[in-house]
Design a protein around this ligand. Structure first.
Ligand code: 13P
Ligand code: SF4
Length: 301
């Protein structure tokens, strides 16, 4: 551990704080996190914590989700500008219009959405449980937002339901191309291909496994294979290598970086703990409604 990492760990103890980090965070932050995980794991862990302060190293929708589930806690996002462009591709007003256009359909919103969008949704989902949630909603028509690729994946795996998918996407995962896939497979023909459901449809169709970031970790540990081609943000590859030193991991094509996930530095984490900024604040009415959609997700998986 370097000096700054040690200072953060001490300050964290002093302030009775806990650090949650997403799998895409820079290695130095992954190393000092109390919990590292995918969106669902971070949300679930946050509900069990006793600490007064939660520092969420990730992007804004993740910190908002933690706040919605634990409104009595101080939830800090070290860099206020760390957002998710896909989450910004849909608004509360868009959802209200969709509901009018498709009466009777339930709104299933990916957690990569704002608190306001969650508040007008019937249920939320994450990349690890989207198929299960849509299978279990008590209706046959679903408005799925905002990711068109995850929406397509759900449609393919839940053929009995009509899915009206919003056409948002992740700028990072859209970068993985068929050419990338073909070249990687030529280089490592024996490798298992594991991709995130935010990748383009043509990649999802050809992958061996389509999984959330922590799902990838589980698969890599269980698999007999020793080589893997990974279609997700490069931070995940650091964790996969660290926890599976005897196995080989390479990115599908050149490594892809989510600039928002990389905005948070160790200095930001230290300063945010010291000044207890930036504190996530959400209207209590929005919290109440959004928490229903999140709690419903948990009851469906
Ligand atoms: P996971 O929940 O699979 O970690 O995905 C979050 C995300 O933003 C992927 O781009
Ligand atoms: Fe959002 Fe994509 Fe970054 Fe995930 S990788 S936080 S979906 S922009």
């Amino acid at each position: 551990m370097d000096n700054l990492q040690k200072k953060i760990v001490e300050l964290k103890k002093e302030k009775k704080a806990v650090i949650l980090a997403h799998n895409y965070q820079i290695p130095q932050i992954q190393e000092i996190a109390d919990f590292l995980g995918d969106s669902l794991e971070l949300a679930r862990i946050s509900r069990k914590l006793k600490e007064r302060i939660i520092v969420l190293c990730g992007v804004r929708f993740m910190a908002e989700t933690v706040k919605i589930l634990s409104p009595e806690k101080k939830v800090i996002l070290p860099v206020m500008g760390a957002g998710c462009p896909m989450a910004d591709m849909i608004t509360r007003e868009d959802i209200l219009k969709e509901k009018t256009a498709h009466p009777g359909a339930w709104v299933v919103s990916y957690v990569n959405t704002s608190a306001e969008v969650k508040a007008v949704s019937d249920v939320c989902c994450t990349s690890s449980n989207a198929v299960k949630v849509v299978e279990n909603v008590p209706v046959d028509k679903v408005i799925f937002v905002p990711d068109k690729n995850l929406g397509w994946w759900v449609e393919k795996n839940v053929p009995g339901k009509k899915i009206f998918s919003w056409q948002g996407y992740c700028l990072v995962h859209e970068e993985f191309s068929l050419k990338d896939l073909e070249e990687s497979k030529k280089l490592y023909p024996e490798a298992e291909v594991i991709v995130h459901p935010e990748c383009r449809r043509e990649i999802l169709e050809r992958a061996d496994y389509v999984m959330s970031t922590s799902g990838m970790l589980k698969r890599a540990k269980e698999s007999k294979s020793t080589k893997f081609i990974i279609g997700t943000e490069e931070g995940m590859i650091y964790r996969l290598k660290k926890e599976n030193p005897a196995k080989e991991f390479c990115s599908l094509g050149t490594p892809k970086v989510c600039v928002n996930m990389k905005k948070t530095t160790l200095q930001d984490v230290y300063h945010s703990l010291e000044s207890e900024k930036y504190n996530i604040e959400i209207d209590p009415v929005v919290i109440e409604k959004a928490s229903l959609a999140l709690e419903r997700m948990v009851s469906y998986i």
